[in-house]
Design a protein around this ligand. Structure first.
Ligand code: CO8
Length: 259
């Protein structure tokens, strides 16, 4: 697929996907959602890619779904089938490798929901996050009513959803919406540093650990613990487990092959 609304760069096992519609503050059109879905599948299947960073560049992450495109939508059209945003966010959330959102400037509505589909969020100190959909007479329909309460608890999520207020990076960090706040001019350096830390680990263990957390959140505790145990047991069939433990005993860094 030729991408027109996103840029993709792969360097040393780290793929950076940059939203590229600066004229509308990276508003997410159906074309963006379709390209994000395609890139999630492509990078997910590419063994040379260990970690994915998703960003909007150094000015804005994304100011939401494209309101121009949504304004004339009908209930029938919106409700029919799987909305492109759901497909894109689900594919990103379930990619078999870590996804880091590097957020600069506004991450609003669908933009904030895109960041919620990532595993980890790093915010520049100029970031503004929020779910302003309520001010448009709608609700956060890109997973915001589901992923946000799971991340920060229902009380805080409801305050953000009901008010539509924006919060700054420091407040987003305080309530657990982002993992880390960094000076704006160091955002990409910090995201890259985190990506490299993850990339140094065994790819199969990363995949299983991500799956155990994601799937576990959809289950009750007992089922989640059983699922975790299955993932844990499976890792004993990998070369990386042998290498990781051998390296520890030999007091040297492990060299994981992702096998
Ligand atoms: N959609 C389309 N265009 C947008 C969007 C958007 N979400 N946000 C900004 N733009 C455009 C503006 O229209 C403007 O275009 P133009 O220059 O042609 O007038 C350009 O980007 C620059 O924007 P502003 O002039 O408004 O810039 P400001 O710095 O004054 O303001 C704000 C920045 C505060 C971010 C402001 O642009 C704003 O409030 N934007 C809308 C924020 C918003 O409401 N987002 C939520 C959208 S709804 C949503 O995301 C639903 C998700 C559910 C998806 C799932 C569907 C099933």
């Amino acid at each position: 697929m030729v991408y027109e609304t996103i840029l993709v760069k792969i360097e040393e096992g780290i793929a950076t996907v940059t939203l590229n519609r600066p004229e509308v503050l990276n508003a997410l059109s159906n074309q963006v959602f379709n390209e994000l879905a395609d890139v999630a599948l492509t990078l997910g299947a590419d063994d040379s890619v260990r970690v994915v960073i998703i960003t909007g560049g150094n000015k804005v992450f994304a100011a939401g779904a494209d309101i121009g495109q949504m304004a004339s939508a009908t209930a029938v059209a919106v409700s029919s089938g799987n909305h492109p945003s759901h497909r894109a966010f689900n594919l990103l959330e379930n990619m078999p490798k870590p996804v880091i959102a590097a957020i600069s400037g506004y991450a609003l509505g669908g933009g904030c929901e895109l960041a919620l589909a990532a595993d980890v969020r790093i915010a520049a100190d100029n970031a503004q996050l929020g779910l302003p959909e309520i001010k448009l007479g709608i609700l956060p329909g890109g997973g915001g009513t589901q992923r946000l309460p799971r991340l920060i608890g229902s009380g805080r999520a409801k305050e953000l959803i009901f008010s539509g207020d924006f919060i700054n990076a420091e407040e987003a960090w305080r309530i657990g919406l982002v993992n880390k706040v960094v000076p704006a001019d160091r955002l990409f350096e910090e995201a890259d540093k985190m990506a490299k830390r993850f990339a140094a680990r065994g790819a199969v263990a990363l995949n299983m650990a991500k799956s155990a957390v994601n799937e576990g959140l959809r289950m009750d505790l007992e089922a989640g613990l059983q699922y975790e145990h299955k993932c844990f047991s499976l890792l004993f069939a990998t070369e990386d487990q042998k290498e990781g433990m051998k390296a520890f005993l030999e007091k040297r860094p492990a060299k994981f092959q992702g096998k």
